[in-house]
Design a protein around this ligand. Structure first.
Ligand SMILES: Cc1cc2nc3c(=O)[nH]c(=O)nc-3n(C[C@H](O)[C@H](O)[C@H](O)COP(=O)(O)OP(=O)(O)OC[C@H]3O[C@@H](n4cnc5c(N)ncnc54)[C@H](O)[C@@H]3O)c2cc1C
Ligand SMILES: NC(=O)c1ccc[n+]([C@@H]2O[C@H](COP(=O)([O-])OP(=O)(O)OC[C@H]3O[C@@H](n4cnc5c(N)ncnc54)[C@H](O)[C@@H]3O)[C@@H](O)[C@H]2O)c1
Length: 451
């Protein structure tokens, strides 16, 4: 194990956050290495957003054909999701990622190292059998499923395993009521599985507007998914016939071939030996200052899910990377801004949001004007055969600035980008309403929503 000259930067993790910081610093002439424990490319491209969206696109096409069967899509009732074929289609997106990811890092001048990295000193890590001294390091190791004190938790399948299934089991339980459970439940139900979703309290998808969530829950139930609220999972047991029994504190029991972990994800820090690096942690999260720098070791920065300063989402990982790269290259002045982070749960229909919910606005005693309504009768929704669609907008009374926007509808994610734009650049509702939009697009509903 040879001691090398200090690197300007070693980045830990090759996801959106790590790759972006490494590339920017190498392009600025720094000597940079990046260590990756698994395949190169990170969660979003290999095991998260991208593969999930491939399955979602196919499931949505099937759902739409079935919905429109009586309206002119002849044979639409018989259309089904071929999970095996969908899995192969997914591979055509994910398989090339590791090679491309590594090649683009190399092209940018980054030295790539295969293997788990861990601190061996405040200014050195060990990776790929080498001790590497550094001037700076960035922890961009992402997140993994939370380890919770639930009996038999090791029997839960991860979202990685769900998205890698060649065949869907007959019965599945989604444990938890967040993004992963709702998205996997909607996919598995379209794929023909019998699905039960168990959530601890009465408010699943807690970050979203609960009026829209109630509509989504009703729609999910109508799809055939059994959604049980107030069911805090306390144990998972393997039964004699190989099936799993999932038990809740209230005595509810569900049997299935597979139970999926949807209980939250936490920063992946355990493998790093942070003590050796003098990197402080508090309650499982890195102690960082407002520049995303370690509060205890100024050589160390963090970004993305590992930092978990903003929501654990891909655009946040990219934003953090920009902040950290600027702090490294230009002096430590930049701070992240998480005030406008749009987010979508990819159910069918999808639910999208940006800014504050009505509940948050009331809690903060903010004055707001509320625009809300059912959209099922809107032409753009009727055309898709969808029966569940609604919106809720919160506007600042005098300025007309958008405080929050919430949509449950086909095309909701694309329209949410317009609201995010308006919030980011302070475009008031009156301007949005007056703006010409392509017609008849889903976005042309803006004036009706804001009217
Ligand atoms: C199923 C699923 C669906 C999702 N869907 C969406 C979505 O639709 N939209 C959205 O915005 N977000 C979504 N997310 C969240 C999004 O994927 C993450 O926020 C994003 O990928 C975080 O990027 P990152 O660079 O911080 O971490 P990651 O992409 O997780 O990268 C971290 C990397 O570090 C590596 N690593 C870990 N420990 C070490 C070590 N000791 N040494 C070296 N390498 C190490 C890991 O192997 C990994 O490759 C989803 C997540 C999941 C799980
Ligand atoms: N579309 C997207 O952007 C997307 C998709 C998937 C994941 N993600 C990211 O990954 C993160 C993790 O997703 P997730 O769905 O695992 O977590 P989550 O935080 O979204 O939801 C987990 C839910 O499980 C509930 N829960 C906790 N313990 C429970 C128990 N014992 N029994 C029943 N319910 C319990 C919690 O109350 C919580 O609401 C998300 O927060 C998000 O940042 C994003």
């Amino acid at each position: 194990m040879a001691q090398s000259d200090p690197l300007d930067l070693i980045v830990l993790g090759s996801g959106v956050a790590g790759s972006s910081v490494a590339t920017r610093c190498a392009s600025a002439g720094w000597r940079v290495a990046l260590a990756e424990a698994r395949e190169f490319g990170g969660t979003c491209a290999l095991r998260g957003c991208e593969p999930k969206k491939v399955f979602w696109t196919l499931a949505e096409a099937v759902d739409r054909a079935r919905r429109l069967a009586p309206k002119g899509v002849a044979g639409g009732e018989a259309v089904r999701l071929d999970w095996g074929a969908a899995q192969r289609f997914k591979h055509s997106f994910t398989d090339p990622v590791p090679e491309h990811s590594e090649a683009s890092l190399r092209d940018a001048g980054v030295e790539v190292l295969h293997g788990e990295a861990r601190f061996v000193a405040p200014d050195a890590v060990e990776a790929a059998g080498r001790r590497l001294a550094f001037r700076h390091t960035v922890i961009a190791t992402g997140a993994h499923p939370a380890k919770l004190p639930i009996e038999g938790a090791e029997l839960l399948a991860t979202s990685d395993e769900f998205l890698a299934l060649e065949r869907l089991p007959q019965r599945m339980v989604m444990v938890g009521g967040g993004y992963i459970s709702f998205e996997c439940a909607h996919l598995a139900a379209r794929g023909g599985a019998e699905v039960t979703l168990l959530h601890a309290n009465d408010e699943p998808l807690a970050h979203f507007d609960q009026d829209l969530v109630r509509r989504l829950v009703a729609h999910t139930r109508a799809l055939g998914v059994t959604v049980k609220l107030g069911c805090k999972v306390s144990a998972i047991r393997r039964q004699g016939d190989g099936t799993l029994q999932v038990e809740c504190e209230n005595g509810e029991r569900v049997t299935a071939e597979m139970a999926v972990h949807g209980l939250g994800r936490r920063p992946a820090l355990e493998s790093l030996d942070l003590e050796a690096g003098e990197v402080a942690v508090e309650k499982g999260r890195l102690r960082l200052d407002r520049h995303l720098r370690s509060a205890s070791n100024p050589r160390v920065f963090a970004a993305g899910d590992a930092a978990q300063q903003g929501p654990a989402l891909t655009p946040v990982a990219g934003h953090d990377a920009g902040v950290v790269a600027r702090n490294l290259l230009e002096g430590c002045r930049s701070e992240p801004d998480y005030s406008v982070v749009p987010s979508v749960v990819f159910t069918i229909p999808p639910m999208a949001m940006v800014g504050m919910t009505e509940a948050q606005a009331r809690e903060q005693r903010r004055d707001f004007e509320l625009k809300q309504g059912d959209m099922a009768s809107f032409q753009s929704v009727r055309r898709t055969g969808e029966d569940t669609a609604a919106y809720k907008l919160l506007l600042e009374p005098d300025s007309g600035h958008v405080l929050g926007a919430h949509l449950l509808a086909p095309e909701a994610p694309e329209v949410m980008n317009l609201f995010a734009f308006a919030m980011r650049f302070g475009v008031p509702a009156a301007e949005l309403r007056a703006m010409m939009t392509a017609y008849p697009s889903f976005g042309s509903n803006l004036s009706a929503m804001l009217g």
